[in-house]
Design a protein around this ligand. Sequence first.
Ligand SMILES: *Cc1c(COP(=O)(O)O)cnc(C)c1O
Length: 504
Amino acid sequence: MSDWYRQARWDREGRLEPLVFELGGPGHIGYSLPKPPEHTNLPKHLLRTELRLPELSEVEVVRHYTRLSQMNYCVDLGTYPLGSCTMKYNPKLCEELASLETATCIHPYQAEGTVQGALELMYKLERCLAEIAGVARVCLHPSAGAHGEFVSMLITRAYHEFNGEQDERTQVIVPDSAHGTNPASAAMAGYEVLIVPSDARGRVDLRALEAAVSERTAAMMLTNPNTLGLFEDRVVDIVELVHDVGGLLFYDGANLNGILGKSRAGDMGFDIVHFNLHKTFATPHGGGGPGAGPVGVTQELEKFLPVPVVEYDEKRGEYYLDYDRPNSVGKVRAFYGNFGVLVKAYAYILMMGARGLEEAAEAAVLNANYVMRKLSGTRGYELKFDATGPCKHEVVFSAEPLKRETGIGAREVAKRLLDYGMHAPTYYFPPIVSEALMIEPTESESRDEIDRLINALKAIAVEASTDPEKLRAAPTVTAIGRLDEVKASREPILSWRMYRKHRA
Ligand SMILES: *Cc1c(COP(=O)(O)O)cnc(C)c1O
């Protein structure tokens, strides 16, 4: 077993780092603030005499958070092959630029004349993204991929309303390989969701699609490359089928890293596309931090984009925010998007250049194909779909043979990988592959790192026969052991107050 990264443990008995509320005590002082003025005009019954805040010294606070950070795992520590999430390395330069005062110390209500640089950045990022996806205009506002999907469905609705067809067009078609957010976004926008199956090659079943499209079709949502890491090579036929009945084509751009600079959603015939800046364009994610899910549209749909839109007035030589758009779907969030994320994406695009972005996609695809070739033939893992052609940026193995022979499934394999000092791949997704292990190495990983991952997966397949109990108990060498995931999602305890109530 490799002696790779180990999460720290601070206690022989395996107890956890205490909560910050359980540390320190009365009189531990971290910072001295001047006494605040008396707020005599506040009603007495609204005043608190006591704030139940922890009292700690500075060194106690620093050690607490440093210890927590060393019990953690992140892409800056090692391989993070979490399929569909594109956990690529995020250059520190992007972070540095996003933390400049000119990015962090401006206010969205400032006069336009005082934030020309910020507006110019948004304007130019929009132009870059429009070029990358082959669309006319892009809205930078949505906060995440799912939010971008939802906005895309609102635009779909606005388009059909504009044409007076909102009552007839009630259905959105989604392939069974789609990310769960696709049907959820369509349903939230009030559409009925029709699922079309995949064929034996892991692509949309065209016969089934032919049967599904009708004058009730509002749109189809398609991910390409799809969540099996396979390019929908009949995409032109799919687009034609949907357009022929008057429906729109939405492109889920979460897998953009596989085709960046190679092919464009607009050229494939899509009308709407969303981006995941936090996947493809250098914003760290995974812990629920700020993201961005911009939405691009064709010229025909431009008038429906959310307000405001950044425009440039050539006569005045100034950028400005345009709210005067009568067909707009309206506002979709406060202000203009997660600005810091936009700064990082713009910095990343300029740093990489057109050829650099293309090279990122090439390396991401090469790395995924390396995993596919090196791991296929390993007893226990198999490829369910198209095992002959190349994959794109990710590859989905099934641990079904392993489960059949040893009782050890994808979950145990994933958990055991943590003991090897690596992050697990995505497992049990996409749901059309039983015992799925979805591996996306990204362009960031060297051949040595990928070999380490492959060797670990092979070693685990052997352990499944020789020591299945160890795998059922895994992870055993991490800071905390196997979590009760069902309990964690059914009974989340997210605050100190909830924790105290729970303990009482
Ligand atoms: C990640 C992902 C989404 C959703 O993006 P979020 O930013 O997590 O909301 C949608 N579709 C696919 C294929 C994805 O991988």
